[in-house]
Design a protein around this ligand. Sequence first.
Ligand SMILES: Cc1cc2nc3c(=O)[nH]c(=O)nc-3n(C[C@H](O)[C@H](O)[C@H](O)COP(=O)(O)OP(=O)(O)OC[C@H]3O[C@@H](n4cnc5c(N)ncnc54)[C@H](O)[C@@H]3O)c2cc1C
Length: 360
Amino acid sequence: MGTQQQNLTPAESTTGSVSLQVCAVIDETADARSLVLDIPPSLRERFRYKPGQFLSFRVPFAGKLLTRCYSMASSPLADALPKVTVKRVDGGRVSNWMNEVRVGDWLEVLPPAGLFCLDPQADTEKPLVLFGGGSGITPVFSILKSVLHSSRRPIKLIYANRDEASVIFKDELCRLIKAHPDQLHVVHVLDSVQGFLTDHQVRHLLRGSAGGDYFICGPGPFMDTVERTLLALGEAAERIHVERFVSPPDPDELLAEEALARKAAMGSHCEALIVELDGQQHEIACQPGDTLLQSCKAAGLDVPSSCEEGFCGACMCVVKEGEVQLARNDVLSAKELADGWTLACQSRPTGARVRLKFPD
Ligand SMILES: Cc1cc2nc3c(=O)[nH]c(=O)nc-3n(C[C@H](O)[C@H](O)[C@H](O)COP(=O)(O)OP(=O)(O)OC[C@H]3O[C@@H](n4cnc5c(N)ncnc54)[C@H](O)[C@@H]3O)c2cc1C
């Protein structure tokens, strides 16, 4: 591969990514492949992940460094190493590149991130209902395997695919159903047989699962159908989790957006930026135009961050006082925004005093 990484050590790059070596490649279907990554002992802590999280890959492509997220299909509890599964997208630049990766290649990877995860306080007596469509099976499969590994919680998986040949992890799922016949219930929906999932079918499939936790990942219309039906059935919005598989803009577009946002913020002067981090309070300076994250880093605060492009959610924090302007946001829901959450990498203060709190 002309563009593969040649580093031979897990050295850190200037973009915060590290080089990881691919130790296995698995053909899942005709157009999807899994890549298993070797994590050296020095990086194990940093690459510890929760079921449902993703890795971001920086891939050199035609003179640009493109970032793409791929959810881990592996379980941190049941599998020794992280595995991502990439489905080719027609005309897609990175997905096709990733499908040519071989054992021994090195990839530039950012640490795990993402909020499409189980609530540790969730009532495990309540059903867990997972909806996966096509490659959207990956994060729900990680959650499924982890729950089977660690509890007796009942799980229903509704898995939609174009046809039988497109079903990723078919054999692994069969083995899990055999091993957990009373705990795991899987319903396959094939476009070639039933057509696209309808509201009516979703209602039918949800019988007996009221009051559960719901995780949905797949094509846009599939997710919209499921979410709309759950809300119409009166299920609580905070127990419906949705992961959207989108590509971030190219770096040149991001730079242009960043320049515009910086320019717009140049007129506002924040005199006091107060940051609550790990139980401590810091009052730091904020240069006009700088994001909250840039100000924190300039002050030497070790705040969480990863992609710095507004799509991973690693730098989520709550604005407790004052106002900020959020530029790009591919992560936060309308509810999270209303609750005061923002992304430190994409927000700039618009008032004289701002107080932030990073999650403990
Ligand atoms: C949190 C998260 C997790 C994800 N997990 C997975 C996963 O587990 N597995 C998985 O397979 N995917 C996953 N994705 C999706 C993945 O990140 C990519 O979006 C996907 O692989 C497509 O990337 P690409 O570079 O191949 O396509 P892109 O190059 O981004 O192209 C996408 C589409 O746009 C079109 N296009 C490209 N360039 C242009 C242009 N200049 N003008 C007009 N149209 C254009 C292409 O033809 C294609 O149809 C995830 C995404 C997110 C955000």
